[in-house]
Design a protein around this ligand. Sequence first.
Ligand code: 6GU
Length: 267
Amino acid sequence: MNFHVLTLFPEMVEDALGTSITGRAMAKGIIRLHTVNIRSFSLRGDGRIDDYPYGGGAGMVMQAEPVMRAFESLEAKLPSQCRVICLTPQGRVFDQKMAEELAGEGDLVFLCGHYEGIDERVLDEIVTDHVSIGDYVLTGGELPALVMMDAISRMVPGVLSNQESGQTESFQGGLLEYPQYSRPEDWRGKKVPPVLLSGHHANVDRWRREQSILRTLRNRPELLERAVFDKKDRKYLRGLISGQAEEEITLDQITFLSKLLANMEKS
Ligand code: 6GU
């Protein structure tokens, strides 16, 4: 995978991607990072690439020409049809599915904006995808580009070891990850759940599955609407509703689960 990043802060992007698992993948040559400093394409002697917005208003706008020239400087290195992603809170919200899709590309270009935005005309000319990482506003596109490159990289074959493999982690299967414990068995009076010490693998798997369901119910209930439940899962859900399960849930959660189960029986 070749990442190309158009940015005013290349060292920020290089330092972050060069660290930890993505850094190891770069050392192995599985992913490559190529940054282009938009500032080098300033039209003026002072290195500035921003100007006042037509129509007035607060802030500055990144000018079209320096951005276009920065892009053109890497065009010869890109395949035709290459996705060019503009990081903006106005974009489509990034998720795991998008990460998996983009991991199948050979090259990706990220355009990181700053100030109040980038002149729309250059965006029309070069951008194929506008992407946001969530509903909050950041000072620039570098952190969002790094978030995307991290999530994409770990879906590229060879980036994760078997140990780190993404298969059973959060969002795989649409449920959140179950809780993990390591030594000691008793930490400041808090015990590891006994089932995990039992050596009974089927029971451990069942417990983890139920913890995943419970966590998803408590933190991200909307994810349960798209999850697939087998007979044992449904039995656990009925146990939660009737109060037979060990875990306490709220009245709102009981109402939510009852509707969910009723809808499952319909379809
Ligand atoms: Cl992609 N950019 C900025 N500036 N803020 C954001 C964002 C992107 N996604 C969420 N907030």
